[in-house]
Each structure stands twice: as C-alpha cells, then as structure tokens.
Design a protein around this ligand. Structure first.
Ligand SMILES: CC(C)(COP(=O)(O)OP(=O)(O)OC[C@H]1O[C@@H](n2cnc3c(N)ncnc32)[C@H](O)[C@@H]1OP(=O)(O)O)[C@@H](O)C(=O)NCCC(=O)NCCS
Length: 143
C-alpha cells in the first residue's frame, strides 16, 4: 500500500509525538503538543501525516509568513526511511505552498543533524547565503 497523506486529526496526536521522538526532532525546550496546537490555531499553516497500513509513519508541518514558506517536523519513521516517503511528504508540503502563491520554501536544519544536508540537497534545497538570528520571547533559558 502506498503512503496515504492527509491533514492531522486529533486522533493522531500520540502517534505523531512518538514519531517525532523516534526521529529525534523533539527538544526539552519545545513542547511538541504545544507546537501541534499552535499549528492548528494558525490559518497560515497545516500539519500533514502519512499513513501506511500499520499506522502513522510520516509527518510534515508547513506554513508561510506571507513571504516565504517554512517546513518543520519533516519525519519518516526510522525503520521506513529510504523508500521515498520523505520526498512524498515534501511534495505535499510544497503543493500546499504553491497553491497559495508562495514562491519560495525554506527549512532550518540543526547543525548536528548529520544526514540532513545530503537529504535536503537530494530534495532540491540549497544552502542560503544568510545567517539566521533568533531570540526567545518567552523562554529566556532555552538555547
Ligand atoms: C529526512 C527524512 C524525513 C527523509 O525521509 P526518507 O523517507 O528517508 O527520505 P526519502 O527516501 O524520500 O529520500 C529523499 C532523498 O534523500 C536521499 N536520502 C535519504 N536519506 C539519506 C541519507 N541518510 N543520506 C543521504 N541521502 C539520503 C534519498 O536518496 C532521496 O534522494 P533520491 O530520491 O534522489 O534518491 C528522514 O530521514 C527523517 O525522518 N530524518 C529524521 C528527522 C529529520 O532529520 N528531519 C529533518 C531533516 S531535513
């Protein structure tokens, strides 16, 4: 059975957070449930999940700021990686953006994410000549 991709439903929550944990996408200073809730509140973002016959195995969160599209929580279960499902999830996310007229998409990759550069390159993403600066507005002790 091919990957079935649909928007998030509340029944996905536990499996989705477990997937993110297995894929090492969670961090102590980011509450994944709060990230889900924030995405659900936004009219400019969506959360997609990918299902196989044995359950939820993939995800991607996509949104835009009125200018650029942004990808978060791209994940495929470790034992299901390498079969094109990451590419399928990204294609859906990019379709969501292009259907809204957003001309460019970006994603931030943690510098300790070893394979991410090669995977991004394979998906057509190139490093950008910018430095990202950030500042927490509500978590002064987070890195
Ligand atoms: C990133 C991730 C979603 C990719 O999922 P996937 O299902 O394995 O990806 P695909 O099989 O669709 O592969 C997409 C492309 O990346 C390449 N790729 C996949 N894993 C790779 C690796 N470890 N090293 C180099 N290239 C890799 C594939 O060859 C493919 O390119 P191709 O179609 O030209 O052959 C998955 O590795 C993951 O969940 N990682 C942990 C979470 C994470 O790091 N997310 C953000 C990363 S940007």
């Amino acid at each position: 059975m091919s990957l079935h991709i649909r928007t998030y439903r509340e029944q996905d929550r536990d499996a989705l957070i477990a997937l993110w944990e297995r894929c090492a996408l969670t961090r102590p200073w980011n509450d994944p449930a709060a990230d889900i809730d924030m995405c659900l509140r936004s009219r400019e973002a969506t959360l997609m999940v990918g299902y196989k016959e044995d359950g939820l195995i993939a995800s991607v969160m996509v949104g835009h700021d009125g200018h650029r599209g942004w990808i978060y929580y791209l994940a495929v279960a470790p034992d299901r990686q390498g079969h094109g499902h990451g590419r399928e999830m990204m294609a859906e996310a990019e379709l969501w953006l292009t259907s809204r007229g957003i001309p460019k998409v970006q994603l931030m990759v943690r510098s300790d994410n070893g394979d991410a550069e090669a995977i991004c390159a394979a998906l057509g993403y190139a490093p950008q000549d910018v430095t990202v600066f950030g500042k927490w507005l509500n978590k002064p002790n987070a890195p």
